[in-house]
Design a protein around this ligand. Structure first.
Ligand code: SF4
Length: 416
C-alpha cells in the first residue's frame, strides 16, 4: 500500500474523533518551520461541523481492542493500514508547505500494547520537532495506561495531549469497551495533569524549564451510544474539569458503524443534542452555573428546543426581571441572549450612562431572548411577556440556528 492509499484509509478512520480543535501556544527559540503562537490554529469547519485545518489521521487503524462503538475495533472487517513515523512526519511537512494544514492531530488504534503505541506516536512528534524543526501545532492522543516516562516524552514535543474518556460512565465502558478500564483512563489524565502543573510551576521559576503540553489536555466523550442521560454526561464532564483541569471536553454524537453490535442504537442521536451539551458545558465553564442548575433527577435530559440558559431562565422566572443598570456580572450572565462579551460591554457602558434598549441593540444583544428578562432605563414593553404563557415559543430561536453548520460555529463561540 503506498502512502496515498494509507492516507485515504487512515484519514477516513480518524474522522470519528472530534477532539481536534486547538489552542494557540508559544514555542520558544527562533527559526524553524511553522508557528503555533496564534490563538486557535484550527478555525475552519467543514459543513458537518468538524475542523479540518489540522492533518487529522490515525497512525494505524489496526487495534487489539474491540470497543463495540468503534469502526476500527479488532472484529471490524475493514481495510487496515499503518504508517511509519517517517511517513507521518513527511506528510505533515508536505501538507504544511502546501498550506493545507497548520498542524497535526495524531491518534491511533492500539498496536501490541499501550506503551508500544505511545512510543510510535511520540516518535512522530519527536521527529517533526528535531529533524524538521517543525514549530506548528501538534496534538497527540495519549494512550491510556502507557508509562509515565512515555507521557513525559510525548508532552515534551506535543502542544496538547488528550486521553479519551470515551463514554459517560464506567458502566457504559464495561458494556461497550470491555478492554478499557475507566480507572486507567483517569490515571493517565491524572498523570498528564500533574506533569502540566509541575511544568507550569517550574517555568514560573525559570523560563528555561522544560515545557510540557503547553496547550493542556482535553478529552472526548461519545454521546448517544448508551442510554446515559445528559445529566450523567454533564456530571462526568464537570468532575473531569475539576479533577484534571481539562481545557475541553468534546462531545461527539455516536455514529452508527457497519456490522455493529446489537447493543448499539441503529441511529445516531440528533446532532442538536451534541450542540446543547456544548452550550451546557459553556455554562459550567464561563457562566458560573452548577450542573444541578442545568440538569437533575427530575430533568435528566436537556431541552432540544431551547438553549440550556434560556430553559433555566424560564424555570426560574421569579428571579427576573433584573435591572441591567444595577445587576452584578454574575446575574447579568444568567440573562438569556447576553453573552460574556455583551456583559463586559454593558458593565463598561453603564459607567458612562444609564443603559437603554437602543444601547443593547447596538451591542448586538439577542433582543428577542433578552428583552423580556431585563429592566432598562427606558420603557421596555417586552417585560409584560415574562409572566405570560407562551414565552418559550415567542423567544425560541429560528430553525436556522439548528442547522449543523451554525451548530458548530455557535458551540465554538459560546455566545448564547
Ligand atoms: S481502542 Fe477502542 S476506540 Fe480506540 S481504536 Fe481501538 S477499538 Fe477503537
Amino acid at each position: 500500500m503506498d502512502v496515498a492509499e494509507k492516507l485515504e484509509v487512515l484519514a477516513g478512520a480518524a474522522k470519528y474523533d472530534a477532539s481536534c480543535a486547538s489552542s494557540g501556544v508559544r514555542r520558544s527559540g527562533a527559526g524553524g518551520l511553522g508557528s503555533s503562537a496564534r490563538a486557535g490554529v484550527c478555525h475552519s469547519f467543514t459543513p458537518d461541523g468538524r475542523c479540518v485545518s489540522l492533518l487529522k489521521i490515525l497512525y494505524t487503524n489496526h487495534c487489539i481492542f474491540d470497543c463495540h462503538y468503534c469502526v476500527n475495533r479488532r472484529s471490524s472487517p475493514i481495510p487496515r493500514a499503518r504508517f511509519t513515523a517517517d511517513e507521518v512526519a513527511r506528510l505533515t511537512i508536505d501538507f504544511y508547505k502546501r498550506n493545507y494544514v497548520e498542524g497535526l492531530f495524531l491518534s491511533s488504534g492500539i498496536l501490541r500494547s499501550p506503551d508500544y503505541t505511545m512510543e510510535q506516536l511520540t516518535q512522530v512528534a519527536r521527529q517533526l520537532r528535531t529533524q524538521h524543526a517543525f514549530r506548528g501545532y501538534i496534538h497527540l492522543k495519549a494512550i491510556p495506561h502507557c508509562s509515565g516516562e512515555l507521557l513525559a516524552e510525548a508532552g515534551r514535543w506535543a502542544d496538547r495531549l488528550s486521553v479519551n474518556i470515551e463514554l459517560p460512565t464506567r458502566a457504559d465502558l464495561e458494556l461497550l469497551a470491555p478492554d478499557k478500564d475507566g480507572r486507567q483512563i483517569e490515571g493517565s489524565m491524572q498523570e498528564v495533569c500533574a506533569r502540566i502543573q509541575t511544568s507550569r510551576a517550574e517555568r514560573r521559576e525559570s523560563a528555561r524549564a522544560a515545557v510540557f503540553a503547553p496547550a493542556g489536555q482535553s478529552t472526548q466523550m461519545i454521546i448517544g451510544a448508551t442510554p446515559s442521560t445528559d445529566a450523567d454526561i454533564l456530571h462526568t464532564a464537570d468532575r473531569l474539569y475539576r479533577s484534571y483541569r481539562l481545557r475541553r471536553v468534546y462531545y461527539s454524537a455516536f455514529s452508527p458503524v457497519p456490522h455493529a453490535d446489537q447493543q448499539l442504537p441503529v441511529e445516531a442521536p440528533p446532532l442538536v443534542r451534541e450542540h446543547r451539551l456544548y452550550q451546557a458545558d459553556w455554562l459550567l465553564r464561563y457562566y458560573d452555573f452548577a450542573v444541578d442548575e442545568i440538569v437533575g433527577d427530575d430533568l435528566p435530559q436537556l431541552d432540544l428546543e431551547l438553549d440550556p440558559k434560556h430553559a433555566w431562565a424560564l424555570r426560574n422566572r421569579d428571579r427576573f426581571p433584573i435591572d441591567v443598570n444595577r445587576a452584578d456580572r454574575e446575574l447579568l450572565l444568567r440573562v438569556p441572549g447576553l453573552g460574556v462579551r455583551n456583559v463586559q460591554r454593558i458593565l463598561m457602558l453603564r459607567r458612562q450612562h444609564a443603559v437603554r434598549l437602543s444601547d443593547l441593540r447596538r451591542l448586538r444583544v439577542v433582543m428577542k431572548r433578552a428583552q423580556p428578562f431585563l429592566i432598562t432605563a427606558d420603557h421596555n414593553p417586552a417585560l409584560a411577556q415574562l409572566d405570560r404563557g407562551g414565552l418559550a415559543a415567542r423567544t425560541r430561536p429560528g430553525e436556522r440556528q439548528l442547522l449543523l453548520f451554525e451548530t458548530a460555529r455557535s458551540a465554538t463561540s459560546g455566545e448564547f
